[in-house]
Ligand binder design. Sequence first.
Ligand code: OKP
Ligand code: ZN
Length: 343
Amino acid sequence: MKTVFSSRQFDHDPKQEICDGELKPAVEIPERARIVLRTIEERGLGEVMEPEDFGLRPLQRVHDPEYLNFMESFWSHWTAAGRSKEAFPFVWPVRTLRTDVAPNHIDGLLGRYSMDAGTPLGEHTFAAAKASANTALTAAKLVKDGETAAFGLCRPPGHHSGRDFFGGYCFLNNAAIAAQWLRDNGTDRVAILDVDYHHGNGTQSIFYDRSDVLFLSLHSDPMQEYPYFLGHEDETGENAGTGFNRNWPLPLGTDWDGYAPALEDACRWVQVFKPDILIVSLGMDCFENDPISGFKFKSDDFTKLGQRLSALDVPTVFLMEGGYAVDALGTNCVNVLEGFEAG
Ligand code: OKP
Ligand code: ZN
């Protein structure tokens, strides 16, 4: 299987994040990509190639132009306000506050275009996020042009980012951008299966009213896990998209035996939908030793996941999302991809 990655993706290098009432070392770090690259090489998964530059157009098909302008100009506004370190939002337009007027001040704009205070934004963040989106697009193109599967080593990840906001370590929704690009380039039906430990709220929201892109997500129950405000079982789509969104919220402590029946269910939905291409939002944070997560996958379970997806017999684009047990991340990720190839 071919892997796509750009060294520009290393340039988003956050130092700290707000977590548990403290500033802690960031977990969504460049080392995540390094260990995956090293394991791909060690295990001979296949060629690693640079992404093509698809320009702004595919990003504009998913994200709000004002949001993209904000991201593009963020660092110059931030430094003009006298700040030099990475930024965190701290005020949001919640119920009773106005969203119909955009403030001028950078602190107001940070709140307008974000969902949480846990996602550091630095000088090179948006350049890295664009490279990550190009990685996703290039992997999608490989599969559209006939590869059985391809791996986009995306980081920063994408699935929490919506049409006009960043959050959950995500700035551009790589899976949504790839899905929309496929739809715009001759692919009729796209399914997105999100197996990251966290619900893919951004991806769900982007396709919620559409029947041409099926969104399926298995994740930790939002009653007790980030992102808390989306990902329940009763969210099944709206308008034309009614019935084209499915969530499997699972309890803390879920292991492979608890996960497998939900995965079977999701696989049946894929089979009924008959996508031309499947996009897998591939998080490895269901791993038992993940520092911020609460599931109990062993490394071998990731192989089983890959094998089960392979049995769907659909051309598949794997796009990396989360996974923060850095030492095991390469093994767990390549286990999925090798499991898919062997299955
Ligand atoms: C991104 B992805 C822990 C804070 C957790 C958000 C988690 C984002 C996960 N104190 N912050 O889905 O892996
Ligand atoms: Zn996650």
